[in-house]
Design a protein around this ligand. Structure first.
Ligand code: SF4
Ligand code: SF4
Length: 128
C-alpha cells in the first residue's frame, strides 16, 4: 500500500517550512495560509512531517505510487527551479485581501499561531 502525506487543516499555521523541504513540489500554499498536499506527487519521504512545527502532517493511505523515474524527474525539476531562483530573493505571496501592514491582522495572526501550537501541546499532553 502506498502512503501519502496529509495535512490536518485545523493545525496548519501556514509557516511554509514543509514546502521548502519537499523534493517533488507536492505541497502548495502561500505564507500564513493553509497548505495542502498533492497526493499524486508525494513520494512519502517524510521530510515535511519531520519539519512541521505543529505536527499537523501525517502519512495516510490515499493515492497511487509514483514510478522511480517520475520521482526523479520531479526532483530534478525542483532543483532546477531552486537554482534559477538563487539570483532573486524568495517571494512570499499573500492573498490580495490580506493586509500585511495592519497591526490588528498581525496580532490576529500571532494569536492563531499561538492557538495552533497550544492545541498541539494539549493533544500531546493528553497522549502522555
Ligand atoms: S512526504 Fe515528502 S514528498 Fe510527500 S509531501 Fe512530504 S516532503 Fe513532499
Ligand atoms: S510545516 Fe506544518 S504548519 Fe507549516 S505550512 Fe507546512 S503543514 Fe502547515
Amino acid at each position: 500500500m502506498q502512503y501519502k502525506a496529509f495535512i490536518d487543516e485545523e493545525n496548519c499555521i501556514g509557516c511554509g517550512k514543509c514546502i521548502r523541504v519537499c523534493p517533488t513540489d507536492a505541497i502548495v500554499g502561500s505564507k500564513q495560509v493553509l497548505h495542502t498536499i498533492l497526493p499524486q506527487f508525494c513520494t512519502s519521504c517524510s521530510n515535511c512531517i519531520n519539519t512541521c512545527p505543529t505536527d499537523c502532517i501525517t502519512l495516510t493511505t490515499l493515492g497511487v505510487a509514483l514510478s522511480e523515474q517520475e520521482e526523479l524527474l520531479l526532483t530534478e525539476k525542483k532543483q532546477q527551479r531552486l537554482s534559477r531562483n538563487q539570483l532573486v530573493p524568495p517571494t512570499i505571496l499573500f492573498p490580495r485581501s490580506m493586509s500585511t501592514s495592519s497591526a490588528t491582522t498581525q496580532k490576529d495572526r500571532k494569536q492563531s499561531i499561538a492557538d495552533a501550537i497550544a492545541r498541539v501541546k494539549a493533544r500531546k499532553n493528553l497522549a502522555n
